[in-house]
Design a protein around this ligand. Structure first.
Ligand code: SAM
Length: 310
């Protein structure tokens, strides 16, 4: 049977999608109804979906304006994961997570149960613009907050393969026994997951998607089956795809009709078992014997000439 996608929120809906401002959706959601929020808000980077006048002040203003409703809808013990990068203005780099941290902690201080920062996850990726006047940016961050004491952390569901699974204790009472966890190691707070560039299997017409593996890891670790996951800035619906793949309910908002339609189709495909995704697997180390891994003769000569000049 085809899964129904609702536009009006009811607790038992598998999927509710709102085409419009996330503030209107937040107002519609009951208190303490959401187990996990995962989102990536507009970063005032001049993307096609942004007002060209957006700047750090409007970023602050949007977060401040939505905070109270966001706080209200999250369950005590639930989680909020806010994914942002850097805003670059007049050659100055502004880490947006510092602004989010300041707003979320200072505004929640007034409540009996404040938000607590649990991790600042570095999401690193191999590709992006090559800078000539600073080091090329190859990471963004995810701030994971809990509303008071966290209730769910399913570490075993997100373990990753160890580099040396056969490592053994070399001294002490366990000498000779395997020292690692048989299910793999803790993925740590640095996640190397390829970003969605033009050749990526998940690429849609949205200019700024995050990969499904990113919300999928958070959903598996921070919620149990049938939990409710919210993405107030859902873009192409990546968080919704991950939620359905993991048997969770989803509610999301998107202002732009074109992106809303993309997310609706992707979420439907996920429900029908047709989602196109890159599995969350370790990034393969380059094959150093491959021809492209060898230093080209032209580069060797240029490097020698450069070193001689110095
Ligand atoms: C950074 S993108 C999110 C991308 C998403 N994580 C994905 O993987 O596709 C931010 C999205 O927020 C949408 N947006 C901006 N303001 C909004 C608002 N007030 N309410 C709902 N959506 C909004 C933009 O149209 C854009 O698609």
């Amino acid at each position: 049977m085809k899964m129904r996608i609702f536009s009006e929120f009811r607790t038992n809906n598998s999927v509710t999608l709102h085409c419009g401002d996330c503030l209107d959706l937040l107002k519609e959601l009951p208190d303490e109804s959401v187990d996990l929020v995962i989102t990536s808000p507009p970063y005032c980077m001049g993307k096609e979906y942004e007002d060209p006048h957006n700047d750090i002040a409007s970023f602050r203003e949007q977060h401040t304006r939505m905070f109270d409703d966001l706080y209200r809808v999250v369950k005590s013990g639930g989680s909020v994961c806010w994914q942002v990068g850097y805003h670059i203005s007049e050659r100055c780099v502004v880490p947006l997570d510092c602004i989010v941290y300041e707003i979320f902690t200072s505004m929640s201080e007034h409540y009996e149960i404040p938000f607590i920062l649990r991790n600042r996850i570095i999401w690193t990726f191999g590709h992006g613009l090559n800078s000539t006047n600073r080091f090329s940016g190859r990471h963004e961050t995810i701030l994971w907050f809990t509303k008071g004491a966290q209730t769910v952390f399913n570490l075993d569901d997100v373990r990753v393969p160890q580099k040396y699974p056969g490592k053994r204790y070399y001294k002490g009472p366990n000498k000779g026994q395997l020292s690692g966890n048989p299910l793999g190691k803790n993925p740590s707070d640095v996640w190397d997951i390829p970003n969605v560039k033009s050749k990526h299997v998940e690429k849609t017409d949205h200019p700024c998607q995050f990969p499904v593996a990113l919300p999928q890891r958070l959903i598996k670790a921070l919620t149990n089956p049938n939990a409710l996951v919210l993405d107030p800035f859902m873009g192409s619906g990546t968080t919704g795809v991950a939620a359905l793949l993991e048997g969770r309910r989803f509610v999301g908002a998107e202002l732009n009709k074109k992106y809303y339609d993309i997310s609706k189709q992707r979420i439907r495909d996920a429900a029908d078992g047709k989602a196109k995704i890159r599995e969350d697997k370790p990034v393969i180390e380059p094959n150093l014997n491959a021809a492209v891994a060898k230093l080209p003769e032209e580069f060797r000569k240029l490097r020698e000439a450069h070193n001689e000049e110095e």
